[in-house]
Design a protein around this ligand. Structure first.
Ligand code: ADP
Ligand code: MG
Ligand code: MG
Length: 866
């Protein structure tokens, strides 16, 4: 049997989302649950890929299959496509395997033309013409790329002519006028008349959905979320139902729970006598569901019941789209609802308590990217008492955000590239703004409800967002006017997405505490996870934060961070620029007590938990003085002339510092540096042991080892000094000496190194740059070309390359465990806190991942997720 490309709703189910798209699969599932779903057919994602294989034409076999299934739909509905007396109208809807809100296209009311509209008007009155004008506009915009403004202009002209306030109140005469204007516009802009042949309409619409898979905004959205370009979109062709049949009809979107707070209440918006995107377009102000409870109690109750049934069925909170046609409810979409971090956590706990979900599902239901928002600062409460808000809108996505105003997405990107934080401020957002939204700290819109584009996207990104802020208007220069005050682009404002308040200027923020519900999710996560989470932290403050967030150890203390502090940098420079060992030892003696104090402070916080301390790593040029003043001062201290000093600085210049004199190579040349660090570390450990009476677990980590002899040379010296200090002190210190694995050569020789080293920690940042052969600092300049040309899918520094770099890791772990089965292995690169990379680390044989303090809770959850 040949491959099937088109499916009836009755042939599908929720598990077929890869083939049918999320929307199609769930419509099939709702059909089999017996919910009132207008029936239809689904053209599969495979068909989309065939369309692209066939250089953007729909293969004939697939056209024939659509035809055949459309006939089946005619039988099921008892209507006929293109028939004037009993017409079947359809929507053509996009839907990939994952939801990409607003990224792709949908066209409603296909199957109408002059003759069908006249015929249909005999059955359903002016709704026929209302649907027809919508079709011409949507088809023109979506399938033919006509600019929306042309249709808007026509509409305005007609509304003025008949003195009508809104396009929802058009009279029959006005509707006919709109249709004729739209058709003229269509002809003028497209060059051919609006197609009267329904089959032609249908195929062009299907094609336009296929094409919308590859619009720049859809591609950008996929890149942002790491979705594959190869998935393709499905196309759902579904019988139309009509929310635009007067006051007893309506259309809306609703969540089964409040997506902002997690409260157990039906939460959504609807419009009477409306169709499709009217609710989310921001052009009409929608009504809350509570109003529907009053005016259409039966429909409301029925919908409520469906919402609860769907929650139980899918074991999760649902986001649903519906239409009421003359009092009859139809379900048009359901999917797992995007929610704020607060809501995510509350809903997960509630659903477990209600028996709808189990703990594993609850942990999996928490979107780790959104949870990020829970951990970030809020406005300082005291500060808030002192200031008045300048405006208030709807609290669409929580979190405190400050930044300068950008009125366009492009401007937001511009500010972002300059390192300035931004609040994207717009009348409303649209999918074209996606990149600007991504780079913004917060998003503020004058229009739109809780389900508007801005609100939905911001929640998905875990970004602070205030929408529907009616105190804001825009003057003809495009600047916002808030209560009579003009705000210019570049001016600072603050928004609170948890309350909806907008403030002038930059407000102070404060740290958040982890809620009880969140703690519960984290505890369940730890029960399920097999790896521990450590943290990368260099200061007692960061270490304390990480412990609060549940870190089980420190995976990386970067000792050079301590060197950069203003009071020490001079001694460090003195050490580096010394021309004799004596001079160097004098400088090191100055650094020793400071470094010892740093370690003591960290040990006191960590007590018996492991603390992995990496010895000096960066290329020396990073420490060099650059200003004349610094050079002159240093020359005096070192008792040499500035000319001499400049000469030394010049001699340290390297062409490729990242591959130069750094890591263990420094200590090989100057063992006294490693010995100073060892003395500081062991003496600190001894002091804290005596003070607190605990057994410490310091782990000494040598960076950038590529050969076991490098390791041995240093480890021998480090162990000798450590042992003699510890012996003399009479206390117990459980120290170990291990290495970073961050060079391809170290991976290939991991067995030799593992024989000697007490532990491994993979430095995946360096391993990535050394494996790819480009440096992180320079790659930004050309990687975009690689994404655009489809050569790389994503940034290997953000998510570990599980195709290439991971093979080196696999080799290293296998070799190491062969000679030392219980060797402790961790990862301390930036990837340690990245959920996607964590999916790989989980199965690669690591003992722990280490990440920055704010990523610790995210890593804990990610480690527990499937
Ligand atoms: P999106 O993916 O952008 O949400 P949809 O395909 O869900 O696009 O379509 C948007 C809206 O169009 C739906 O919420 C619904 O209101 C309306 N719509 C789609 N199909 C139909 C239909 N068969 N009958 C009535 N309205 C429909
Ligand atoms: Mg939808
Ligand atoms: Mg490194």
């Amino acid at each position: 049997m040949s491959k099937q490309y088109v499916y009836m709703f009755s042939e599908g189910n929720a598990n077929m989302r890869n083939t049918l798209g999320g929307k199609g699969a769930n419509l099939s599932e709702m059909t089999s649950l017996g919910l009132p779903v207008p029936q239809g057919l689904i053209v599969s994602t495979d068909a989309c890929n065939r369309y692209y294989d066939a250089s953007e034409t729909i293969p004939e076999g697939i056209v024939a299959e659509i035809d055949q299934k459309l006939q089946e739909l005619e039988v099921v509905t008892g209507k006929k496509f293109g028939d004037k007396d009993n017409p079947l109208l359809v929507s053509v809807r996009s839907g990939a395997r994952v939801s990409m809100p607003g990224m792709m296209d949908t066209i409603l009311n296909l199957g109408l033309n002059d003759v069908v509209a006249d015929g249909m008007s005999k059955i359903m009155g002016s709704t026929a013409y209302d649907s027809y004008r919508r079709l011409i506009q949507m088809f023109g915009e979506v399938a033919m790329g006509v600019d929306k403004k042309h249709f808007d202009l026509d509409m305005d002209t007609v509304l003025k002519k008949y003195n009508i306030a809104s396009d929802h109140d058009l009279t029959l005469e006005a509707l006919k006028d709109v249709i004729s204007k739209y058709k003229d516009t269509y002809l003028r802009e497209v060059g051919t008349p609006f197609p009267e042949d329904p089959k032609e309409q249908l195929l062009l619409a299907v094609e336009s959905v296929f094409r919308s898979w590859n619009t720049p905004r859809a591609k950008y959205y996929r890149k942002l979320n790491g979705f594959s370009d190869a998935w393709g979109t499905a196309v759902t062709i579904q019988e139309m139902v009509f929310g635009n049949m007067g006051e007893g009809s309506a259309t809306g979107v609703a969540f089964s729970r409040n997506p902002a707070t997690g409260e157990d209440e039906l939460y959504g918006e609807f419009l009477y006598n409306a169709q499709g995107e009217d609710v989310v377009a921001g052009t009409h102000t929608p009504l809350p569901m509570s109003e529907m409870k009053e005016t259409m109690p039966e429909v409301y109750d029925e919908f409520y019941k469906f919402a609860k049934d769907l929650e139980k069925h899918y074991h999760d909170m649902q986001d649903m789209e519906f239409t009421v046609e003359r009092g009859k409810l139809f379900m048009l979409q359901t999917r797992s609802g995007k929610r704020t971090a607060q809501a995510a956590v509350k809903i997960a706990i509630d659903l477990v308590n209600e028996g709808v979900m189990n703990k594993v599902e609850a942990v999996n239901a928490v979107d780790v990217n959104v949870v990020d928002g829970l951990l970030h600062p809020q406005f300082d409460a005291k500060e808030l008492e002192k200031v008045d808000a300048i405006a208030k809108g709807l609290p669409a996505s929580p979190g405190a955000a400050t930044g300068v105003i950008a009125y366009t997405a492009e401007k937001a990107v511009e500010y972002f590239n300059k390192g300035t934080s931004v609040i994207l401020t717009r009348l409303e957002t649209s999918p074209e703004d996606i990149e600007g939204m991504h780079v913004s700290n917060g998003i503020l819109t004058a229009r739109g409800g809780m389900t508007s584009h801005a609100a939905v996207v911001a929640r998905g990104m875990g970004k602070s967002c205030v929408v529907g802020c009616q105190d804001i208007s825009f003057n003809d220069k495009g600047d916002a006017v808030i209560n009579g005050v003009i705000y210019l682009e570049g001016q600072e404002i603050s928004i609170d997405g948890g309350t909806g308040f907008v403030y002038d200027g930059r407000l102070k923020t404060q740290e958040v505490e982890i809620s009880e519900d969140f703690e519960q999710i984290l505890t369940w996560s730890d029960e399920m996870a097999e790896l521990d989470v450590y943290t990368n932290a260099d200061t007692p403050k960061d270490v304390m934060k990480a412990l609060e967030f549940g870190a089980k150890g420190i995976g990386l203390v970067r000792t050079e961070h301590m060197f950069f502090e203003s009071d020490r940098i001079r001694a460090v420079r003195e050490m580096i620029l010394s021309t004799s060992q004596m001079q160097r030892e004098i400088a090191l003696r100055k650094i020793l007590p400071m470094q010892r104090k740093d370690f003591e402070d960290i040990f006191k916080v960590m007590r018996e938990l492991p603390v992995t301390i990496r010895y000096l790593d960066p290329p020396l040029h990073e420490f060099m003085p650059t200003t004349t003043q610094d050079i002159e001062e240093l020359a005096v201290v070192m008792n040499i002339s500035t000319t001499e000093l400049r000469e030394v600085i010049r001699s340290l210049h390297e062409y490729n510092p990242m591959m130069g004199h750094r890591g263990c190579r420094l200590a090989i040349t100057y063992p006294e540096i490693a010995l100073m660090q060892t003395r500081a570390l062991i003496e600190a450990a001894i002091n804290v042991t005596k003070e607190l009476d605990v057994v410490l677990q310091p782990e000494i980590m040598i960076p950038l080892v590529g050969d076991v002899e490098e390791f041995n040379y240093l480890a021998t010296k480090i162990r000798e000094l450590s042992d003699s200090l510890i012996e003399a002190s009479g206390v117990e210190v459980n120290y170990r000496v291990g290495t970073m694995i961050e060079l391809p050569r170290a991976c290939l020789l991991a067995d030799e190194i593992a024989k000697e080293a007490d532990f491994f920690s993979f430095g995946t940042n360096d391993l990535t740059q050394m494996t790819y052969g480009f440096s992180r600092d320079d790659a930004g300049g050309f990687l975009n070309d690689y994404y655009e040309k489809g050569i790389y899918g994503s940034d290997p520094f953000a998510s570990l390359d599980t195709h290439g770099v991971s093979q080196l890791i696999d080799i290293a772990i296998e070799k190491a465990r062969k000679v030392k089965p219980d060797i402790k292995i961790g990862i301390c690169g930036e990837h340690g806190g990245d959920p996607k990379s964590i999916a790989y680390f989980k199965q690669a044989g690591f003992n722990y991942v280490s990440c920055s303090p704010y990523r610790v809770p995210i890593a804990r959850i990610a480690l527990a997720q499937d």
